[in-house]
Ligand binder design. Structure first.
Ligand SMILES: [Fe+2]
Length: 489
């Protein structure tokens, strides 16, 4: 039985191929169309998925008719009238080279929850899904057991949405809502949370275990606090989100008695909030799928409609680029010039480059941050992340979790003066830990790099230019090298 999981028609379309319970392929449409956050399924993505054979069934990541009802209730008439966003119509219009099989629909939050739980190794877990909006649900706390139904213990619905509120602040700070939230999170470290009380006063009512909103954040917050700096606004909304997440997670632990927490939905991309939850909510283990936003719900939809635990080999699920991991060439280039690209193996499924489509650099020179920013053409205040062998991570960082293989948690760097390029304004780093079994090539690279230079870290950022999707194919890499002059192996 071959399922295609599909997440499309909103933002960040993706496709997953699941054979029985094995995830064999998963990728983002934007990597193929080269259109950032592409909401539609790219032709080349479909072609690559078809190399695994046509699907016997399709799992769609949300319920389109329910979503339509919400569009009508919210007065979003353009969306409500469109017929092109009904999955079957949409897939027909793509003129796929196979008959469209049965389409199974899962609810938006069920896809988030089931996909994240199905890829964890927990027998049972408390699950929090927090995002902007799917159909109606915006925030759910539930409990999963290996067998037995998913029990929802608490829910909030549109327009009480933490994700939409964060997006409203993203717009207020001068950035694009639904795309640039990560920039606001990075900017928060440069500001003071001066407006926390004002946010509670004007927008957020704490209602245990979560919150209600006093406004509809879909309509934005206009020019709220016109004299406030973007940095202070960012710090303030970030503080509110962190506290609400810690409150909900703490409640979930008491309510379920579980030692395991699963976080999912777009809010789980907020690595500063994740670290705070990991530290303060009292769980022993926290699992976040490497792609917890809507793009990851292509995998999640299959988990939701089949009810299966999924076998998956890690986040390297996309386009393959052949060859051994080029350890020797990378060390040589890093020693000589400080920075190098690597495009090897299967592309990452998820927003982070985790060593297969990465720009790597020596984290020690003071000018390295500027050098890498120049290559990528991006904003100077954005932090870069370090990659480190898991055995060395705790000695170098005050980690909130034992391992962080997908860069989902921030940790205070214990030697910030030595590694300026990977430490953010607030003294933290978004750490990626690597163990030998999960990525032997990257692990061997870190070993060889340390042996040669004594430095246990590398700076790891995505291999792309500003505003561009992560490089995917050999052709993308060739064009990037021609444009930037950076060597890529
Ligand atoms: Fe979502």
């Amino acid at each position: 039985m071959r399922y295609w999981g599909l997440s499309a028609l909103s933002h960040d379309a993706s496709l997953a191929v699941v054979e029985n319970d094995q995830v064999v392929f998963a990728a983002h449409s934007e990597r193929y169309s080269r259109i950032k956050n592409d909401p539609f399924l790219a032709e080349a993505l479909i072609a690559e998925a078809l190399t695994y054979g046509p699907p016997d069934a399709i799992a769609w990541y949300e319920r389109p008719l329910l979503k339509r009802v919400r569009h009508i209730r919210a007065g979003q008439w353009a969306e409500a009238r469109s017929r092109a966003d009904l999955p079957r119509q949409y897939l027909r219009a793509l003129r796929l080279p196979f008959p469209i099989p049965e389409i199974h629909y899962a609810s938006h939050h069920q896809s988030h929850a089931a996909g994240s739980f199905a890829t964890s190794n927990f027998d049972e877990a408390a699950v929090i899904v927090a995002d902007a909006i799917g159909e109606f649900r915006t925030f759910t706390v539930g409990y999963f057991r290996q067998r037995g139904p998913y029990a929802i213990l608490h829910r909030r619905s549109y327009p009480d949405s933490l994700g939409l509120l964060y997006s409203a602040f993203t717009r207020r700070c001068g950035y694009r809502p639904n795309e640039d939230e990560y920039i606001v999170m990075g900017m928060a470290a440069y500001g003071q949370p001066r407006y926390v009380d004002a946010i509670y006063e004007d927008f957020v009512e704490v209602r245990s275990p979560s919150f209600r909103l006093k406004i509809n954040p879909h309509r934005g917050i206009g020019n709220w606090m016109p004299d406030a700096s973007a940095e202070d606004l960012a710090a303030s909304i970030q503080n509110v989100v962190e506290n609400l997440m810690v409150n909900a997670a703490t409640w979930a632990r008491h309510r379920t008695g579980s030692r395991n927490l699963v976080l999912s939905g777009g809010i789980a991309l907020n690595c500063v909030a994740n670290a705070k939850v990991a530290r303060e909510a009292g769980f022993d283990n926290v699992w976040i799928f490497p792609n917890p936003g809507d793009a990851g719900s292509s995998v999640g939809a299959v988990a939701a409609v089949t009810g299966a635990r999924l076998r998956w080999p890690g986040p390297y699920l996309g386009t393959p680029l052949a060859g051994e991991y080029p350890v020797e060439a990378l060390v040589k280039e890093l020693t000589a010039g400080g920075a190098v690209g690597v495009a090897n193996g299967r592309a990452e499924f998820g927003p982070r480059a985790l060593g297969n489509r990465s720009l790597l650099a020596d984290p020690r020179p003071l000018n390295m941050k500027d050098q890498v920013n120049r290559i990528k053409g991006r904003e100077p205040f954005r932090p870069f992340a370090p990659v480190v062998r898991v055995e060395r991570a705790h000695e170098l960082f005050d980690m909130p979790v034992p391992t962080s293989p997908f860069m989902q948690f921030t940790a205070t760097c214990r030697r910030p003066a030595e590694y300026a390029a990977i430490v953010h304004r607030d003294g933290t780093s978004r750490v990626q830990t690597v163990d030998r079994a999960a990525h032997p090539g990257l692990y061997a690279l870190l070993e060889a790099w340390e042996e040669q230079t004594g430095c246990p870290l590398l700076l790891n950022t995505s291999l792309n230019s500003r505003g561009e999707p992560l490089l995917n194919s050999a052709e993308d890499v060739a064009a990037f090298t021609a444009r930037t002059g950076l060597q890529v192996y």
